[in-house]
Structures are given as structure tokens and as C-alpha cells.
Design a protein around this ligand. Structure first.
Ligand SMILES: Nc1ncnc2c1ncn2[C@@H]1O[C@H](COP(=O)(O)OP(=O)(O)OP(=O)(O)O)[C@@H](O)[C@H]1O
Ligand SMILES: [Mg+2]
Length: 313
């Protein structure tokens, strides 16, 4: 278990990044910290692996202050995934994944075995990908490698700082599904930072909502969505609770197709889903409309798939 005990962080005289933070992260949890920009998420995460030192208070792992652990050993037990994947451009994918195993002097065979097993786990055929260089992969594929690199030494905990924020909505959803699958399989503790409440609700078993260095609420999905402790939490998750409701949000979620066909509807991206359903009836199940200067086609099945996906949340 990881415990924050009256942790306070001040970078300089004017700026306190974290105010008296008290929380516990249970082993095996999928713990999500969500909050607006500058709320102290990265600061909190980096204090866990000692990249940042608290000004006062203490952080405990299994009852022991983190300062008492050997730093190298502690970090090997703690994977770290950053927003910008930062793979080494001149190392192959396999070499990138096995940087830590290499530093631990694992045998060549064992390193290869781990890299290949992990590549398979995330749907990247090792025969095809192991010897490639990072620039020969798409952004989403590189991010998969960033995730498995953090898992190479089977750490007990993995820290992830907005790992998907630079990705398009479809890759993002795929990678969210992937980390959920990895979490189920590995029983590793995942500590995940995001400013996206949708992502927080989708991934988190436990969700901590931060604002300006304060912990506003901590709880599970139901606590946060249905029993918000204050107006900040209520406001932050309002959209999530009511569900996305405009045509533009369907496109943002990755549904529909960009095409050159002429517009056949008077639909606007701000229109409601009810309005979309009416248009789909009139236009035999296919409408084309303007979404920020691009023509998008939506079909009956796009609408149904979108609603089904929303329903799963
Ligand atoms: N090295 C630093 N020196 C001074 N102030 C800092 C430093 N790093 C962060 N801060 C300040 O601490 C506060 C919290 O920053 P932090 O990076 O933890 O926020 P965040 O929640 O991760 O934001 P974002 O969503 O933008 O990544 C901010 O006000 C920021 O300006
Ligand atoms: Mg940050």
C-alpha cells in the first residue's frame, strides 16, 4: 500500500502545489488522479517515485517511509509512463523494452523472451516489430511500447502521467482497453493521471479529484458521479453524468467517416442526438453534415454503436 501522510509541496514562496494531502492507494488498485491543469497531478505522481521531494509530510510504501528504500531497487519496482513516450530513437523496439532488464544484466535469451511476450500481449507481432526503430511505428504503436517498457521488470506499481493525451480518440479508446486488460492480467497497481474526466471514469476503480493542490474527493465511480462532495466535483463530472449529447461528440468519439460527398442534411455539430435520429429517418439512414469544415457521414449503426458504447460506461 502507498500512503500519503500530510504531504505538502511548495516549489517557491508564492506557489504551493500540494496542500496537506492524505490518501491511500491499495495494492492492485487502478487508481486515477484527475484534475485541471496545474492542480498538482504530476507533482503528486513524481513524489511517489522520488523525482520530487515533499516539502513536509511523508509518503509510505508498505508502512515504510519511501526515503528508507534503496532508490534504484525502488524505481525498478515502479514503472513510469510519460505523456511523451520518449523511446530512444536509435535503439530498436526490443532494445527499448529491455533497457531495464539490460541494466539488471538479464541474459540475452531472457531479455528477448520478455520483450517478445510483451509485444504479443499488446498486439504487436514481434517478428515484425522487434527490430524496427521507433520512427517506423505510429504514435499509438509507440505508446504501446512505452507502456510495455514500463512493465518489463514486472514492477509492483506502474505510474502513468497522461499517457494517451496526444492520441486520436480511436487509438485512445484502444489503449484504454489495453491498460484495463493488462491490469486485469497482471494484478499490478496502476496509478494513472489524467485531466479527462471521461478517461478517469472509464479506467479508475478509485478516483481522486484534485483542484489547486487540494483533494476534493476520493471514491469509486458511483461516489464521484452520484454523490459528489461539492460543487467542484459536481461541475467537473456533469457532462460525464449526462452523457455526450451532441452530434459533434459522436464524431469526436471516433464514429462516422470523413468524406467528400455533398451535405444532404441541415444538421449542425451542436445538434442533439434526437435531431440526428430524425435526420437519419428522412435521409434513409445516412446523413452527411459539416463538422468544422469537414464533411462527415454518420449512419444508423454509428448512432447505435455510439449509444451502446456510452451505455457500457
Ligand atoms: N518545477 C517547478 N517549479 C515551480 N513551480 C512548479 C514546478 N512544477 C510545477 N509547478 C507548479 O505546481 C503546480 C502543480 O503543477 P503540476 O505539474 O503538478 O500540475 P498538473 O496537475 O500535472 O498539471 P497538467 O495537467 O498541466 O500537467 C502548478 O501551479 C505549477 O505551476
Ligand atoms: Mg501534469
Amino acid at each position: 500500500m502507498i500512503k500519503f501522510d500530510h504531504v505538502y509541496k511548495k516549489y517557491d514562496d508564492t506557489n504551493s502545489a500540494i496542500e496537506d494531502l492524505n490518501l491511500e492507494i491499495k495494492d492492485g488498485d487502478f487508481f486515477v488522479m484527475v484534475g485541471t491543469s496545474g492542480s498538482g497531478k504530476t507533482t503528486t505522481l513524481k513524489m511517489i517515485n522520488r523525482l520530487i521531494k515533499p516539502t513536509s509530510g511523508q509518503i509510505l510504501i508498505d508502512g515504510k517511509n519511501i526515503d528508507t528504500y534503496d532508490l534504484r531497487k525502488m524505481r525498478l519496482n515502479m514503472g513510469y509512463v510519460l505523456q511523451n513516450i520518449a523511446l530512444f530513437p536509435n535503439l530498436t523496439i526490443e532494445e527499448n523494452i529491455t533497457i531495464q532488464p539490460d541494466s539488471l544484466r538479464w541474459s540475452k535469451d531472457k531479455r528477448k523472451q520478455v520483450a517478445w511476450d510483451l509485444l504479443k500481449k499488446v498486439g504487436l507481432d514481434p517478428e515484425k516489430y522487434a527490430k524496427r526503430l521507433p520512427h517506423e511505428l505510429s504514435g499509438g504503436e509507440q505508446q504501446r511500447v512505452g507502456i510495455i517498457r514500463a512493465l518489463a521488470t514486472s514492477p509492483k506499481t506502474v505510474l502513468m502521467d497522461e499517457p494517451f493525451s496526444a492520441l486520436d480518440p480511436i487509438s485512445r479508446t484502444q489503449l484504454q482497453d489495453l491498460v484495463l486488460k493488462l491490469h486485469r492480467e497482471l494484478k499490478t497497481t496502476f496509478i494513472f493521471v489524467t485531466h479527462d474526466m471521461h478517461e478517469a471514469i472509464r479506467l479508475g476503480n478509485t478516483i481522486a479529484v484534485l483542484s489547486k493542490g487540494n483533494l476534493e474527493q476520493i471514491g469509486n465511480r458511483d461516489d464521484i458521479l452520484n454523490h459528489p462532495k461539492n460543487d467542484f466535483v459536481k461541475g467537473f463530472f456533469q457532462i460525464e453524468k449526462n452523457g455526450p449529447s451532441t452530434v459533434g461528440e459522436i464524431v469526436d468519439a471516433g464514429f462516422g467517416q470523413k468524406i467528400d460527398t455533398e451535405i444532404n442534411s441541415t444538421l449542425l455539430k451542436e445538434d442533439s442526438l434526437t435531431r440526428l435520429a430524425t435526420e437519419l429517418k428522412v435521409n434513409a439512414g445516412v446523413v452527411v453534415f459539416d463538422n468544422d469544415g469537414n464533411n462527415y457521414q454518420l449512419t444508423n449503426s454509428d448512432l447505435l454503436d455510439f449509444l451502446a458504447k456510452e451505455g457500457e460506461k
